[in-house]
Design a protein around this ligand. Structure first.
Ligand SMILES: *Cc1c(COP(=O)(O)O)cnc(C)c1O
Length: 404
């Protein structure tokens, strides 16, 4: 995105033209940025060509998943719906891994029927359930066990998943027990050790610690894991001064690990693939002053983008038309929902804003639309994909008749 003649432009299309044609709020994705992200990701790890399984939960739009599939990526799914969506988008089941602490019997059965690459199990009870269903179906099932490496990802506590107090995975002692269990089962083939310590990780050190734990544990058992699934979590720069994850260091650490333990690496990135490829276009409905504060009330709200309300996340916010004047005012950008957490950001020394102006929130491609809801019976936004000067509607705006 850049300003051309003071008009914010994504690839070759002006934001104002998108809003005029498709209304607002609207999610808008750049194909070019998506492609760049995927190619960079591949390049960073190309010496060991990992299987890259896109974390569907970060963005569930089937048209985007189809584009991602064309680059050869697989999928990491966490529910039956996501598994169906990945298959419908054309992703080969042989490139699909299934994570999650609460897979139901129906979900396990479905995954077995679809012959996916791996069910990454997260508890003894789940493994026993897989065993039972596999026995009933007379099938041999490939699974992974998710280890909780007790590693602090040094990210927001709400999106941290690798510490012993988190619900994810099993601890070391349990892991050893379950390896034994799998070896004694005729229905289960233990193929993978998986870990995922959290999201929006910008420092390679937690990954380094995580791999140390994995290394130590593999050294203690005599089991050949065909796959090591290192999860996702690679962070992106939400603010200009955010530091960047050092992929080179991470890659070097993995290469060292692979020298000792030959296996195929799996990654499950979501945010780093689609996060910075999406924006949310909103329109200012009203501006009002209350108690010396200027509230900028948008036509989008926490139901469209919940990250600020849920995690206190900040999204870089830009006007679609640049004006010279700085307002010296503080704007509190909010949505129309009756919750005080329905607030996006506070803007200081921002340019003067007017009612009907368009506002763009950046880096909302991941956990934006996929976390949206119909709270307050508000319609879900449209989604649009930009490719150069081409515009494609990849999801229509919801209609009231869809909800009544
Ligand atoms: C959410 C999740 C991911 C994706 O995380 P990102 O931070 O979007 O890369 C990967 N694996 C598992 C198991 C997850 O729960």
């Amino acid at each position: 995105m850049k300003y051309i003649n003071k008009k914010l432009t994504i690839e070759k299309v002006r934001i104002q033209d998108i809003a005029k044609k498709f209304g607002s709020p609207t999610y808008c994705y750049s194909y070019l940025q998506l492609k760049k992200n995927i190619n960079n990701f591949k390049k960073n790890f190309k010496s060991f060509s990992p299987l890259i399984c896109f974390a569907i939960k970060s963005n569930t739009n089937i048209n985007l998943i189809r584009e991602i599939k064309k680059f050869g990526l697989g999928a990491d799914v966490v529910s039956m719906g996501e598994l169906m969506m990945a298959v419908k988008a054309g992703i080969s089941p042989k490139k699909i891994v299934f994570s999650g602490v609460g897979k139901t019997s129906d979900e396990i059965s479905y995954a077995i029927e679809k012959k996916i690459l791996l069910i990454n199990a997260e508890s003894e009870s789940e493994i026993k359930e897989i065993d039972r269903i596999a026995n009933f179906k007379k099938k041999k099932i490939q699974i992974g066990i998710r280890l909780n490496p007790n590693t602090d990802a040094k990210t927001l506590s709400q999106i941290s998943t690798g510490k012993k107090e988190n619900k994810f995975g099993v601890n070391e002692r349990k892991f050893f027990e379950l390896v034994d269990y799998c070896r004694n089962s005729k229905n289960i083939e233990l193929k993978c050790l998986s870990v995922h310590i959290g999201s929006q990780i910008l420092n390679y050190k937690p990954y380094e610690k995580m791999i140390k734990v994995v290394d130590r544990i593999i050294n203690k058992i005599n089991h050949k894991f065909e796959f090591i699934d290192l999860g996702g979590g690679m962070g992106i720069s939400y603010e200009d001064n955010d530091k960047k994850l050092n992929y080179k260091k991470y890659s070097t650490i993995i290469k060292k690990f692979l020298k000792k333990h030959k296996s195929k690496i799996i990654f499950e990135p979501g945010r780093s693939i689609i996060g910075n490829a999406g924006i949310l276009i909103s329109k200012i409905i009203y501006i009002k002053e209350n108690h010396k504060k200027n509230f900028v009330i948008l036509d989008s709200a926490m139901n469209d983008l919940i990250r600020p309300a849920l995690y206190g996340a900040r999204h870089k916010t830009l006007p679609s038309t640049r004006r010279k004047k700085s307002s010296n005012q503080t704007y509190e950008v909010v949505g129309p929902i009756c919750e005080s957490t329905d607030k996006f950001i506070t803007l200081k020394n921002f340019q003067e804003l007017k009612e009907k102006d368009l506002i763009v929130m950046c880096d909302v491609g991941a956990y934006g639309m996929s976390l949206s809801s119909n709270y307050n019976i508000r319609l879900k936004p449209a989604e649009i994909l930009i490719k150069g000067s081409k515009i494609k509607v990849i999801r229509k705006r919801q209609k009231y008749k869809d909800l009544m």
